[in-house]
Design a protein around this ligand. Structure first.
Ligand code: UGA
Length: 457
């Protein structure tokens, strides 16, 4: 139930390991697209796999939940759990799914939460199933997903671990059977109680968000200390207790998961009487990351009114067309509000970005965006941007200014190409004016305060 990023990948994966899967969604248009073999979003490898599984007859889609549920041995709830205004996870779609299941699924069905939900949600799901299930028996379980957009198919078929939260032997038996091909291939299985599985998912996402915020806080510090945050992260990451992953400073985390999951864990902790102010700081540093990049653009350009800024990348990260909570769009909004003209480009996410931010101008590629621009900002780390011809870029831009919100470029290459280059958490490349270069070191160091010698008449 629910054919978003998680639900659709789950459907295709289970079909590909030999199960018969029927996907359903309240969004009729989405299901009609899927029935025609068109995924409603970009995910590498998904469309091909979906077509193959549909052709094999193992995978189908239905707009009618009753039809999808009628013979289900196991039901996965993969609906959205967006943040409410106060940060709580909105669990209305969970409840509505439970009601549908209670009405239409057969006796003995195992109902599995795949959506990310606060600890204790399964109890609510079970209560709804019992209240509305007309005396039928249901088993509830939790099986959180750890899929990254852009790598979701691989993450689903070769996960680091499979987590199953259960409270009945029947659930364990069914889920073991379901995952047998992956377990047979040696994937590690962790079996817990349901609340532990629910909490472990929130904890994992919040911890990853915390790593990113730690890196971004270090970036601010490195900028002040004249150090290089990428090298600091390499040194830290060389210690297996720390690990290098998710220590890339940049514009902060975005996307549909981290922002809402950090907020939801914060709210859960408050409700349980053990608030986690640590997460307030994670959020604060994350917001500051966008502001820090905007400040660099302002610093480099002086006034932003009427200045043309090329924004390279609009998706919340590379490899996806998803712009939900994209730091790139947050930065675009900030620059637009200051009066700049923002011309964005993205290999996949341009039209989604335009829907979300109509004031944004679109360019078909990086060169078109950069043409006549006063500055260029890297906002998403698409590998194709790394291969841009720096000489051409410099020639077509009005000013040779680059603010790199993702540390995509090599500072020495930028220096060689003659750019004024402002990376994140690394020393900027700012060519000294010719006159200053010939001054002795002390004079350069104290250039500003030195008084002009008075002219003796
Ligand atoms: C995330 C988790 O990585 C998945 O394990 C989880 O299953 C998923 O949320 C979910 O809950 O459904 P995803 O949102 O696809 O996956 O994206 P990530 O690859 O985790 O990146 C999240 C954000 O952090 C992006 O904006 C990315 O650019 C940013 N990031 C990541 C950094 O700024 N620095 C890093 O070092 C790593």
């Amino acid at each position: 139930m629910g054919t978003g990023h998680v639900g659709l990948v789950t459907c295709v994966t289970f079909a590909s390991i030999g199960h018969e899967v029927v996907g359903t969604d309240v969004d009729v248009e989405k299901i009609e697209l899927l029935q025609r073999g068109i995924p409603p979003f970009f995910e590498p490898g998904l469309e091909e796999a979906m077509k193959m599984e549909s052709a094999s007859g193992r995978l189908s889609f239905s707009t009618v939940a009753a039809e999808a549920l009628r013979d289900a041995e196991v039901v996965f709830i993969c609906v959205g759990t967006p943040a409410r205004a106060n940060g709580d996870a909105n669990l209305l779609a969970m409840e509505q799914s439970a009601s549908e299941i209670a009405r239409h699924a057969p006796n003995g069905a195992v109902v599995v939460e795949k959506s990310t939900v606060p600890a204790g949600t399964a109890d609510r799901v079970l209560t709804t199933l019992q209240r509305e299930g007309g005396g039928r028996e249901f088993h509830v379980a939790s099986n959180p997903e750890f899929l990254r957009e852009g790598a979701a198919m691989r993450d689903a078929l070769e996960p680091d671990r499979i987590v199953i939260g259960i409270e009945s032997d029947r659930s364990l038996e069914v889920l073991r059977r379901l995952y047998a091909p992956l377990l047979g291939a040696g994937i590690h299985l962790i079996v817990t109680d349901i609340r532990t599985a629910e909490l472990a998912k929130h904890a994992s996402n919040a911890f990853l968000a915390m790593k990113i915020s730690f890196a971004n806080a270090l970036a601010r510090l490195c900028e002040r200390a004249g150090a290089d945050v990428t090298a600091v992260a390499d040194v830290m990451g060389g210690d297996p207790r720390i690990g290098r992953a998710f220590l890339d400073a940049g514009l902060g985390y975005g996307g549909y998961c981290f922002p809402k999951d950090v907020a939801a864990l914060k709210r859960l902790s408050e409700r349980l009487g053990y608030p986690l102010p640590l997460l307030d700081e994670v959020e604060r540093v994350n917001e500051e990351a966008v502001e820090a990049a905007a400040a660099k653009v302002e610093e480099a350009l002086w006034n932003l009114e009427g200045k043309r800024i090329a924004l390279l990348g609009l998706a919340f990260k590379a490899g996806t067309d998803d712009v939900r909570f994209s730091p790139a769009l947050a930065l675009a909004r900030r620059l637009l509000a200051a009066g700049a003209i923002v011309v964005g480009t993205d290999p996949r996410a341009a039209s989604n970005a335009k829907d979300e931010l109509p004031e944004l101008e679109l360019a078909s590629d990086a060169y078109e965006a950069a043409s006549g621009a006063h500055a260029l900002v890297v906002a998403t780390e698409w590998p194709a941007f790394r291969d841009l011809d720096l000489g051409t870029l410099k020639e077509i831009m009005l000013y040779p200014l680059v603010v790199d919100g993702r540390n995509l470029f090599d500072p020495s290459e930028m220096a060689e190409a003659g750019f004024w280059y402002y990376p994140t958490g690394r020393p900027p490349v700012v060519p000294l004016p010719a006159a200053a270069v010939s001054l002795p070191f002390d004079a350069v160091e104290h250039a500003a305060p030195i008084e002009q010698p008075s002219v003796t008449p």
